[in-house]
Design a binder for this molecule. Sequence first.
Ligand code: FES
Ligand code: FES
Length: 209
Amino acid sequence: MPTDHVTRRGMLQGGAALAAAPAILSQAQAAAPRTGKGAPMIPVELTVNGREVHVPVDPRTSLLDMLREHLHLTGTKKGCDHGQCGACTVIVEGRRINSCLTLAVMHDGERVTTIEGLGTPDRLHPMQKAFIVHDGYQCGYCTPGQICSAVAVLEEIEAGIPSHVTADLDDVAVNEAELRERMSGNICRCAAYPNIIAAMRDVAGEKQA
Ligand code: FES
Ligand code: FES
């Protein structure tokens, strides 16, 4: 008889092992450190939009949840919560990141800029103005992340940081291909992409194609 033959006894043993799995899991969960009441909270100090904040957080709290739930900065949106849509993009130490994919405690002592810190209704950031002028949104849900990303992208290009589509490493320029490539992590379900690119080119001082 071949050794990999599936016997009735083997199947029953496998089934019994699966049936025991929840019990094993619950034992492991019981042994894990608990959160909630009495859980150790970790103090985090950050500079958010120019303001120093001290927040005690559960160490598993994402930066996104800390911004939204602890600091009530709800301009930063939660889309997928899995690093796939870019709605949660913020600028940390000058670099854009998906705030849903990183823990708040990993950014102790760092500077964070959210959409609320880029401009105010009275004093809009040039990128915010350009999004309005070029109709760079429809429902607006992705827009804070798009704007944070767009601001950081122009700074990346200005600093000469190449992307996957940069043809000449000595000449990193603002063009359609560069902008589309660099903004590809920011999804817009309303498909405002052409208008977002137009807004970025406007801010970069380029003539529209
Ligand atoms: Fe963070 Fe979608 S919510 S990438
Ligand atoms: Fe609606 Fe982008 S404006 S998802």
